[in-house]
Design a protein around this ligand. Sequence first.
Ligand code: AP5
Ligand code: MG
Length: 188
Amino acid sequence: MIGVIFGPPGSGKGTQAARLESERHLKHLSTGEILRAEVSRGTLVGRQVKQIMAAGDLVPDGVIVDIVRQRLPEAEQGAGVLLDGFPRTVAQAEVLDEMLKAEGHSLTFVLALTVPEQELLDRILRRASVEGRPDDTREAISERMHEYRKLTAAVLDYYRKRGVRIEEVDGTGTPDQVFGRIHSQLRL
Ligand code: AP5
Ligand code: MG
């Protein structure tokens, strides 16, 4: 089973994916977390992407595709994989399709979390005051939202046209309530 957890910045992708990993044993593959680890370790990739991420812009497709290509085969060894933050452009979605096709696999579902924009902003600003993620500034948040609308939202249409199962889940309420909806809508 290979699923994508999809949604704008702050919609709860990471929160719900972590829970699906611990309770449903779906391997959580977050490109954002992988990149943040590269930045904090000061690797070559980390140094390439640090400023881009801090500004809230998307990292080049080639960098992301290399990361996923390296990690997907191992992740696929378990009960299932949940991709978080990838694919984020139609070009990335096309590459993912090719990667899966080459192994005789295909995407099982897309879980799309929907949350009103004001709530997204409130959540990220709340996190900014405790965690200090470099891209949780007002300016970078606005750029992340802009990138989402400009490049990422189209990924959902890409999958819709291809007849992939898309489950839109209301991402408001407590994390427990959202998890309950995921469970009842997707039977996960
Ligand atoms: P990424 O790390 O993917 O960040 P994002 O999509 O901007 O989203 P967040 O991680 O902020 O939000 P989330 O939806 O995971 O929600 P979360 O659970 O954290 O990407 C970061 C950057 O990396 C990108 O901007 C780009 O530069 C680069 N990048 C990554 N992948 C890329 C790709 N494929 N291509 C190109 N570039 C890429 O929740 C948010 C907050 O709300 C948390 O504090 C949480 O505790 C809280 N919260 C969660 N659920 C609830 C709830 N139900 N009620 C109240 N609060 C809640
Ligand atoms: Mg996240």
